[in-house]
Structures are given as C-alpha cells and as structure tokens.
Write a protein that binds this ligand. Structure first.
Ligand SMILES: [Zn+2]
Length: 299
C-alpha cells in the first residue's frame, strides 16, 4: 500500500481530512472512505473491488481513494437504499459493472427512472450471500430507514456490519431519527443488528468508525425517547386535558402533540444534553415529534 497521510491503517487513528477525504483500513483490504460528513465502504476481493453506494458528496474522491490502495477495478456496486444522497453518484461509476439491490429499492428506482441512479443488474429478495474472490459478503433486506427497503451488508470473516443511516458515532441521530420512514422498524433495528458478531459498524456518516458500544448507546437514547414520549402522551391524553379543547377535536390533537413534544424535549435534554452524544439541542425536539406521531397512531 502506498504511504499517504490520507490513508489510515488504524481504524481509530486521528482524523486528517486535509486531502478532502480519508481512508481507514478496517481489516486487510476492507476500507471506509469519508469526506468527514459522508462515509462508505469498499473492499478488494482479488477479482475486482466491491463498492457500497456512490454518495454524491464523496464521488470526486472515490476513484482516487480506491486507486490509492489497489489496482483492482470496481466490478460490483451494492445499493444500500434508493436515496439520492447515498447513490446519486452511481451513474459516474456504473458502466459495465454489476449493480446489486433488493427488490423494494429496485422497484422504486424503476419507477423513478432517474439517470443518476442506474437500475440494478442483479436483484435479490430478502437475503443473498456473495462469494467473490476471497470474500464472503452477506446482504439482507431490512426496513429501518427507507420505506422502499434497506440493504444491510455483513462481512462475517472481517466482522464488519454496515447499515446506512441508522446512527452517527458520538451524535444523536439526525433529524427525525435520521429521516427514518418506519419508526417501529428503526427502534427494533438495534437489537436485530446487535445479534451479529461484528467489531466495526458503518452507518454512512462522519469520518469515524462505530463499534458495538455506539450501537448500544444510540439504542439507549432512542428507547429513552420512546419511553419518555409514551409516558407523557399517556399523562396528557386524558379527558380533563382534552376537555379544554372540546369544541374542536383537531385543536385537541394539536395540543397533545405540542405539549408532549415540549415536555419530552425538556426532560430528554436534562438527561442527554451534557451526555456522550452531540446534537441534542439540534435534533431531540424532532425525535420527540416523530415519536409522538408514532406513539399516537402506530404503536
Ligand atoms: Zn437515506
């Protein structure tokens, strides 16, 4: 491997983004590449590079990052889900390569017919194992983030699990639980993923590599939001409080939502604002709001 300040052979080494991006080697031939905000994974196989996604903000650096560490050409791209920010650069790398996606993502992309997001050449239903060169790559369908479908990638031999848009290390989730389109599935995803034997966890954002403890910490925060919102909703959703708005049922619903969001944000902030994760002042209110909608209408 060529030596370069932008290549970090230790996954947790210092973050140096002076080149505009950095590459961390998680296991021999398995790399995370990041520009600081977005991250993704690529790996050598002996028979061509396998790349997960082609995030538009990273696209200018992807070829360079791959060429820094291997002579193998990109032969396979896997879509984590259909959102433009993670696969909107795919058209720049797609020519002549295999593109893999699960059925829901494939259906969505076929309907969108967006030239920036080329259709997959290989579609799988619930799970598939790829044996390419010296690698065993497990892909399975989940639904914690995109309503159309998410693909989770697992490397059992290298102990790497990749679930894009679940969390960001040392941050609370972004707006609305990282824009999850299914809060029920999102809340259950932490336990589903913790069942796997992994050491490194990639989720698509920041230049850091998460570990099991980060998945456990974010799970604790998310379940605290759920428990807090549920308790406050049950307290407020009473005949006496609703009677204050008895002339309009819709005004009563608005009152319940706003009161729960206000009280939950205050309570959660008192527990998490000076805690181990940044972003409470930015996103916790949106978490309370997303959760009260879930608690009231879906739970
Ligand atoms: Zn997304």
């Amino acid at each position: 491997m060529p030596t370069s300040p932008r290549i970090h052979v230790q996954p947790d080494s210092v973050t140096d983004l002076s080149a505009g991006f950095l590459t961390r080697e998680l296991s021999p031939g398995v790399f995370m590449v990041s520009n600081g905000n977005y991250q993704t994974l690529f790996l050598t196989t002996g028979e061509g590079v396998v790349l997960l996604d082609a995030p538009l903000p990273l696209i200018d650096h992807l070829r360079e990052a791959i060429a820094d560490v291997t002579d193998e050409p990109v032969r396979t791209m896997i879509y984590s889900h259909g959102h433009t920010d993670h696969i909107g650069g795919a058209y720049l790398l797609a020519e002549g390569i295999q593109i893999i996606a699960e059925t829901g993502t494939a259906r969505f992309l076929a309907e969108k017919n967006d030239p920036a997001r080329p259709l997959p050449t290989t579609v799988f239903d619930t799970a598939v194992t790829l044996n390419i060169g010296n690698r065993e790559i497990h892909l399975f369908r989940d639904g914690f983030h995109s309503a159309d479908g998410d693909t989770v990638l697992y490397l059992p031999n290298e102990k790497v699990l990749v679930a894009i848009d679940l969390l960001a290390r040392s941050w609370v989730p972004l707006l609305d639980f990282d824009l999850s389109e299914n809060i029920y599935s999102y809340m259950g995803a932490f336990d589903r993923f913790l069942e796997y034997d992994f050491e490194y966890f990639l989720s698509g954002h920041t230049a850091d590599v998460a570990r099991r403890s980060d998945v456990e910490l974010t799970k604790r925060y998310v379940l605290d939001v759920y428990a807090t919102v549920k308790r406050l909703h049950d307290q407020i959703n009473t005949p006496e409080l609703l009677a204050q708005h008895r002339d309009s049922e819709q005004a009563g619903i608005k009152f319940v939502i706003e009161e729960v969001v206000r009280r939950a944000t205050e309570e959660l902030s008192s527990r998490w604002l000076d805690g181990p994760m940044k972003g409470v002042e930015l996103w916790t209110e949106s978490h309370a709001r997303a959760m009260v909608l879930y608690v009231r209408w879906t739970d």
